[in-house]
Structures are given as structure tokens and as C-alpha cells.
Design a protein around this ligand. Sequence first.
Ligand code: PHB
Length: 385
Amino acid sequence: MIRRTLMSGAFALALAAGTAFAQDTVKIGLILPMTGPFASTGRQIDGAVKLWLSQNGTTVAGKKIEVILKDDGGTADTTRRLAQELVVNDKVQVLAGFGLTPLALATVPIATQAKIPELVMAAATSSITEQSPYVIRAGFTLPQITVPLAEWAAKNGIRKVVTLVTDYGPGIDAENAFKSRFTAAGGEVTAELRVPLRNPDFAPFLQRAHDARPDAVFVFVPSGVGSIFMKQFIERGMDKSGIRLIGTGDVTDDDILNGMGDVALGVITSFHYSAAHPSAANKAYVEGYKKLNGTRPNFMSVGGYDGMRMIYEALKKTNGDASGDALLAAMKGLSFESPRGPVTIDPATRDPIQNVYMRKVERVDGELWNVEFATTPSVKDPLHK
Ligand code: PHB
């Protein structure tokens, strides 16, 4: 108890020292899972941050930008410790990254006490931005991208659905959003299955989904887990059972889609980003990303790229004032053309308002892509309206 009081006293003192003088360098603490089961998210975002820096330079509004990358391995205790070290020792003015919801949540008290932006590039549970006025999001939320799919399913001959989601924040958000919209449109959810986040074995859940004989299985798994899911989907013969597979675009992640093979063909998903998005901005993005990093970019990378853009645009607006409240105020309401399409940061909720696309996996020029076929424009998080 005493130790805790002393620690937080020292933390507060260090914070005061860090903000007492203006600095020429703006430091961004970038915390990502660079190792462990969610390392693909870290790799994607790191690659996008490097692309942004290579294209836009490391000076903005007279300030030198320094990105300090830390690997939390996907473990919340580590994220919290790294965030505290970045604030106290490195005196960062922005905390960014956060590959999973629990990692973003673990950082909220640190960013809030330090009064600096927590810029969430990846984690997508709706409630994260509600935790503190210092949290702002560059990516998406699960309810935002799920609702258009529920409406599409109801209109396209799907009556009975089994939902199958990873059992934590974003999965539960997806399950709830799907069910409420789909049932409101006349559909029925006959079973709601939740699979553990750590070391998932989908087989028993897929068996239950198969036995329930729905028209479709709706799936959410976090980025990087889609290949394991698809492999087990085929092993259970689900691809030949006549049960359709629909889901959020996390399952047909552009990073791993090509490796899935033909089983992924025809899978329908809804999402805010496809590497196949047919805009000049996206073509340039995909090319630039591939050239620098050697792989196709996915939606996580776009959250990282646009997160950097938000910092740069905000610094331009504040004329280089990197104090937390000034940066946050400048980020709110920003509008820009992202590789995903037009984005506005909702000043009231600090979440992106963006198009949500319906996509179908198709083979184009020998590669698998999420080909967009319908757009719902300017979608807000339905829980934050
Ligand atoms: C999350 O933990 O919030 C998360 C992670 C990966 C995703 C989506 C959400 O693909």
C-alpha cells in the first residue's frame, strides 16, 4: 500500500518534470505486440508507421518526430509497464498502438494521469473510447462494421444464423451487434458460441455450429487467427455442408488471405478496409507498403498509417504545440482521405466515421482479394450515436 502511494507520487513528479519545458522533439511511444500470437498486428502497424515516416519525413510544424517502438508481446501487464516507462523515462507526448482491447484498456489510467493522447490504432471494442477523454481511435469498432453485414444477410436469403466469436470485448460487441440488427430485420440467431482468445480450438464449436444446421455461420476472430479458423472449417467439412460463412473482415485479413487457398473463395465479409479498395490513394498505399515491407498491407496497417497522419495533422493545426489537450482537440474532427476511403474523427466520440464495405473473396490475377461490392457510407459506431 505504502509502496504504491510512493510509486504513484514519484510517477506524478516525473510527469510534472517532463511537461515543464517545451521540447523540440515530439516523442511517440508505440506499443505493439511484435512477438507472440498477435505479432502480425505489430508487424503490420510497424510497417505502416515506417511507410508514413518515409513518405512524410520526420519533421512537422518545426518539431522533430521520434517514434519509440516497444514490444508488449500481447500481454496487458507488459503494456501497462511499458506505457508507464515511456511516459516517465522517455517523456513521450503520445501513446499509440495497442494490438488488442485488453492492452488498450490497461493503458487508459496511464494516459489519463499523464493527460496525453492514447491513440488506439488497432483495438476495436466500442467501449474503449468511453474510458477516458484522452483515448482517441484511428481504426474501427466492431459494432460499426458488423451492422451492415447483419442487414445484408437478412436481405439475402439468410434466415438462421449461428454466431461464433472470440470470447472477449470485440467478439462480444460483434455478437451483440449482429444479433440485434439481424433479429430486427426478421432473422434468427439459433446459437451463440464463444471461443477462448488464447490457444483457440475451433473444432468443438464448429461441430456444434454444423449440427445446428443454420443457413450461415457468422464469425469474428481477431486478426491473425483467420487461417487457423479456416483450416478447422475445412477439416470439419463445413465448406461442403451448404452452410455459408459470413463475418467481419478480420477473418479474411489481407495479410493471410492468399495463404488460405480456394476454401476462402466466396466468403462474404463487411469491413472498413480491403487491400483491393479501388482508389488511387489505396493503390499507391498498397504499392508503397509492399515495396517497403515486402507484404500486402491489411486493415491494422491502415490504422497505424492514419494514426500517424492524425498526429501530423494535429501538430500542423497546433503549430507544433504537442501538449496533450492541444493535440487531442486538434485530432477531433479531422477529415482525410485514407487508403480505406473518406474518414472523419467524430469530435464527440473520438471514433472514426467511415464507409463500411461488403466484400466477397475472389481470385483476381491469380491472387485472393476481398473484392468490395457494396458501400454503406459514413457509418458511426451504433453504440456511440
Ligand atoms: C481487439 O482486441 O480489439 C481486436 C483485435 C484484432 C481484431 C479486432 C479487434 O482484428
